[in-house]
Design a protein around this ligand. Sequence first.
Ligand SMILES: C[S@@+](CC[C@H](N)C(=O)[O-])C[C@H]1O[C@@H](n2cnc3c(N)ncnc32)[C@H](O)[C@@H]1O
Length: 415
Amino acid sequence: MDLDQLAALRTPDGSAALAAATEVAGGDPLAAAAALRSAGVTAGLAAAALTQAELRRRAVGKFGPAAAGMFLTRAGLEQATRGVVAARRADRLRAAGVRTLADLGCGLGADALAAARAGIRVYGVEADPVTAAMAAANAEAAGLADVFTVECGDATAFDVSSVDAAFCDPARRRAGTGRRIFDPNAYSPPWDFVTALADRVPHTVVKVAPGLDHSLIPAGAEAEWVSVGGDLVEAALWCGRLAEVPRRATVLKEGPPGNASGTGHHTSHQLTGSGAAEAAVGPVRRYVHDPDPAVVRAHLVAELAGELDATLADPTIAYLYADAPGATPFARCLEVTDVLPFSLKRLRALLRERRVGRVEILKRGSALEPERLRRDLRLAGPEAASLVLTRVAGAPTVLVCRPVTYPLDHEATAG
Ligand SMILES: C[S@@+](CC[C@H](N)C(=O)[O-])C[C@H]1O[C@@H](n2cnc3c(N)ncnc32)[C@H](O)[C@@H]1O
């Protein structure tokens, strides 16, 4: 996609081509192109419209219904923040009193649009001309062009003295190849610029890869890890006056808001702590809790252990064991029915005896390949079980478990 193609898509003919492409997107690409051509759309416009329609279809998972009006590139969509995460961040910025924000490397504008929707005036800067033009088109399509404006240029040269807050989500993929960059010094804008921003703007947020090395967290910053539906999606550094705690795990789950704060159809649950505490170690107990990846990455397993009155069975492995099942959004709970030193023969015999034909396999601290194990077990029977492959005090161990359903099994039977 180039600037001329984007401009063509934004004409009345382009809108009609996009509408026609939306009808046929997702099916056979050759038939879709032929349908547009027979409706009188030129070959170039048809190709651009079909690409957009296809990207919009893929973007629904990230942006929901808003995807239908957005202009997208493949690379921009891959790097864009999910709507629910961007909305939550925007709400927090707004609640901290932020009224004006510089988005330094705004991409297609997913974060900037969320901030603008939250009532923040956003100044976006984007180095890539097509991406910048698309971000501006997205602001217009969302009816936010007066509160989110985009300048095409180098974010490192932007004068941040006039804004309340700065946000930077540096590119972590190489332009052209799209390959992931793991070394923060190769991010764009560069890591030095990003980390120095906090000295210039007292409210600064930086989005980073969830695999970020803890040693790179600037002193005094809050590091937050975010999961959506159990998938770890990103980390963010809240700097300066925005830092509230050393570490935070934010777990976003689909469903109606209970005690937690609602964001769209998601509820947000927060666990905070120092990130330096260590959980106590003890024996395997009746219930095992598998912490959410945001909790594990934020080094908040000890804090969760405190909430669940739980202990580890191995100091290096994040499964938590307790005498009672914990109804927590921060972990999945299973009831342990058997504990075996790992032996394929013994496990196969036990599952045969129990007539287990289906297993889900969880693992931490085990080199076993779940699919290979599943084949080797040669399961047969009507029952289901959960297998947890792990280590207990250093020894390879398998826990045979059954899931605890909510409301908790014992409450359901007691009631
Ligand atoms: C990860 S993306 C931003 C995604 C955005 N937060 C969103 O959710 O839609 C990073 C963007 O920064 C841009 N970029 C990289 N270096 C830049 C620089 N020095 N100045 C301005 N933009 C830059 C890239 O072109 C890319 O579009």
